[in-house]
Design a protein around this ligand. Sequence first.
Ligand code: ZN
Length: 150
Amino acid sequence: MSDLSDLYQEVILDHNRRPRNWGALTDATRKAEGYNPLCGDRLTLHVKIEADRIVAVSFEGSGCAISKASASLMTDAVKGRTLEEALDLFGRVHDMLTTPIDQPVDEGRVGKLAVLAGVREFPTRVKCASLAWHTLKSAITNPAETAKTE
Ligand code: ZN
């Protein structure tokens, strides 16, 4: 567990400092807003979907290091995946984040996203880590959120 904790710290700091897929996406086909009132994290997710596949994804917003790092990891993880695969990954990450801290996480199910399991040591921050994933789910499953691009 301590190895995962160290890696968790390292990955969160790195992604917070240099967030991947940061910024707007001018040709996005979906846009969703995420807000975590407990911490004040705000997130705007831009997704470009072509033939049921996420071909591009980016995010902007302001929030704590965990929310930013989680969004950075999430965008990296779902880019190129089909919507079904992305929703499946959402479920796996959600399961992981809600697994009690005294139970092991099955790293095989989530790959490098297993580092996010470290957030379970700080229960009030779990919502920071899950914000990006809930925002992704809403972008995929709620077509009403479709962004209009001219
Ligand atoms: Zn937060």
